[in-house]
Design a protein around this ligand. Structure first.
Ligand SMILES: Nc1ncnc2c1ncn2[C@@H]1O[C@H](COP(=O)(O)OP(=O)(O)OP(=O)(O)O)[C@@H](O)[C@H]1O
Length: 623
């Protein structure tokens, strides 16, 4: 159904091509109880309807828990399942529409280690891809930075920006590809009244450039409210008002509700829907036909798409002086991409940009990077001191096995725990960027894997160098390389398990469950309990223990490859002068180093793939 046929009260036409968001009979319910035996469901939205038009600034208001965020998530496409009803953009289903929208969440989700200009540049490279030349992208980034009033902080790290600047940066990032529909979840939360006005002024200007700008708001002041073109009020999952903010009082009067003079109409409306004056909700819902009625809508005046907006100076005192010069330019907008063409760049190009960004963030976060390296070096030196010169002594063979076991365990544990803690912190940023079509999951995942690889390898080398040399292992390049290689793949495997755990659960649960992925494998490492002595049923499990293969690989590197008999230095009699005998003691005679490597790499790839699917599921489906 076309807007003009539907709208009873508004007859003006917006320029063609500008998208409207139209939703009908949207209902959403969730499980009311997490008791496994209870099938009770709670309805958050009850068949709500509405029309959010381009060129208009819409505020979704309502008491806490009324369903504002849920509705916004559904309209923005952030919630893809678990609701019924239809959401159309210009008569095309929301998910089939070529009109791209963006969703700016309440939490800014910015990489704290990038400057405003850097993050804008990365975003423009990812979003605009080959649509623009390098110079044109720089011009566009500068234009948006100036227009949004961030030029004075363009070289400041985003982690050091004020709340208002962070909000503006969040908007600036999404403006790069000029989305025709913009959703904001509480864009003014945490801002003072003057910054709130600046922010709403900016959103109003964006709307005036033929965008549909829709935001949820908490208790807007009367001044802020009059800057909106459309007020959509929800109460208990139903629409209680949809229309011109200036006509709220008139609307409520129909139900004999008189807004006291000098009272903020929005406050009065919220007080009414909260039941402060009795139960008027059903009456209001039927009066507005649960959002279907458009007679209360504002008739957009002639100045609506010009610079003559009488409210354009409200909040401008501290706001950007220049008007936003971001009119919809079809050639620069991604609206002309087909729905299948989700991204502006190929996977490979996205990956290259993301790897550079990851490197930059890692290099900037010097404390984190150096602490990882120094921690491995210090532990390596400490172990070297404790196991000083034991590697070449036949009387200290069992101690040397302890050193190998400790090395594998330490490297696995440190890689796993640091990832379990750090990865979940990155997920909200990735979720926001992926949702707003900066990049696909695969390019992020591959870039993340590649970017952290050199640091992790350096950490292992920083550990292995002092340990190997100080503990007196044979100074042979081949043995050192094999020893370090096994240590590296064990730590990379543990890191990949860390990503898996971090992607599945919150930090706190990850810290609890993390050791679960190490300790059973410790038992099956062959160090405490030899495989030959283990119960028959458990023997196949030893083949799956990466620590068992790690131990075998380390033992083979040190005592395998026809190592000469060991001198007996610290004892009068040494049982293990023959390296073969030493290997036999741990049931590791005849182990094949390459099999160990293959198994560890296989388990590593298994966890990498598993994590990819979990992340893809989390980002795409479980919203
Ligand atoms: N996944 C969920 N499981 C259970 N209840 C949910 C879920 N999502 C939302 N709810 C419930 O649905 C109701 C509406 O939530 P929503 O976040 O949409 O409200 P809101 O109007 O945005 O509230 P606020 O203004 O406080 O942010 C709340 O009562 C909330 O507890």
């Amino acid at each position: 159904m076309k807007r003009d046929e539907k709208s009873e009260g508004s007859s003006q036409k917006l320029p063609s091509g500008a998208p409207d968001v139209i939703f009908q009979n949207v209902s959403c319910s969730v499980r009311a109880s997490y008791n496994v035996f209870s099938k009770k469901r709670k309805t958050i939205l009850h068949s709500v309807n509405g029309e959010f038009r381009s060129g208009e600034l819409t505020a979704i208001v309502g008491p806490s828990g009324s369903g504002k965020t849920t509705l916004l998530h559904i309209l923005a496409g952030y919630k893809r399942s678990g609701y019924t009803g239809s959401v159309h953009i210009n008569e095309v289903d929301r998910f089939s529409s070529a009109e791209k929208s963006c969703y700016i969440m309440q939490d800014d989700c910015l990489h704290p280690m990038l400057t405003v200009r850097e993050i804008m540049t990365v975003c423009s490279q990812l979003k605009m891809g080959k649509n623009l030349s390098r110079n044109a992208k720089t011009v566009r980034v500068n234009k948006i930075i100036n227009a949004i009033g961030l030029e004075s902080v363009s070289d400041t790290l985003t982690g050091n920006l004020s709340g208002g600047q962070r909000k503006r940066l969040g908007i600036a990032l999404e403006l790069i590809d000029n989305p025709p529909i913009m959703f904001f979840d509480e864009p003014t939360s945490g801002l003072d009244s003057s910054t709130t006005k600046q922010c709403i002024t900016m959103l109003r200007k964006l709307a005036r450039q033929n965008r549909a700008v829709i935001c949820t708001l908490h208790q807007p002041s009367a001044t802020v409210l009059e800057m909106f073109d459309h007020l959509y009020c929800l109460s208990d999952g139903r629409c209680c008002y949809s229309g011109d903010p200036a006509r709220v009082t008139e609307f409520l009067k129909l139900s004999n509700l008189d807004c006291p003079t000098y009272h903020n109409p929005a406050d009065f409306l919220l007080e009414v829907v909260c039941g402060d004056f009795g139960d008027y909700n059903s009456l209001l819902v039927s009066q507005i036909d649960n959002g279907r009625m458009h007679t209360w809508r504002k008739i957009m005046p002639e100045w609506a798409n010009t610079e003559d907006d009488p409210l354009r100076d409200v909040g401008d005192k501290l706001a950007p002086k220049e008007p936003l010069l971001l009119n919809i330019e079809k050639t620069l907008s991604r609206s002309n991409l087909s729905p299948e063409q989700e991204y502006g760049l190929s996977l490979w190009s996205q990956m290259t940009i993301l790897i550079k960004r990851c490197f930059l963030c890692t290099m900037r976060d010097k404390f984190h990077m150096y602490s990882r390296l120094v921690m491995h070096l210090i532990i390596g030196i400490l172990i070297g001191i404790f196991f000083w010169n034991m590697g070449g002594d036949a009387g200290r063979v069992m101690n040397n096995f302890s050193l190998m076991f400790f090395s594998a365990l330490f490297l696995a544990f440190s890689a796993l725990q640091s990832t379990v803690i750090s990865f979940p912190l990155e997920v909200p940023i990735v979720r926001k960027e992926h949702f707003n079509r900066w990049y696909c999951v695969s390019s992020y995942y591959l870039a993340n894997t590649v970017a952290d690889f050199p640091i992790q390898v350096c950490c292992v080398i920083f550990y292995c160098l002092p340990v190997y040399w100080m503990s007196g292992q044979p100074i042979e390049f081949m043995r050192f390389t094999r020893f370090t290689f096994i240590c590296t793949i064990v730590s990379l495997l543990a890191q990949s398990i860390g990503y898996f755990v971090g992607s599945c659960m919150r930090v706190m649960n990850g810290v609890i469950f993390g050791p679960f992925f190490i300790m059973p494998f410790v038992m099956m490492s062959g160090y405490f309990l030899k495989k030959k002595d283990a119960p028959d049923w458990s023997k196949p499990l030893f083949n799956l223990s990466y620590l068992h293969h790690g131990m075998e690989g380390l033992a083979a590197s040190i005592y395998g490859y026809a190592r000469r008999p060991l001198p007996c230095i610290s004892e009068d009699y040494c049982h293990f002068t023959s390296p073969k005998k030493a290997l036999k003691e741990l049931d590791m005679i005849g182990v094949d180093y390459s099999i160990n490597v293959l198994v560890i790499v296989g388990i590593y790839l298994f966890f990498k793939c598993l994590t990819y699917f979990v992340i893809a599921y989390q980002l795409k489906i479980k919203r």
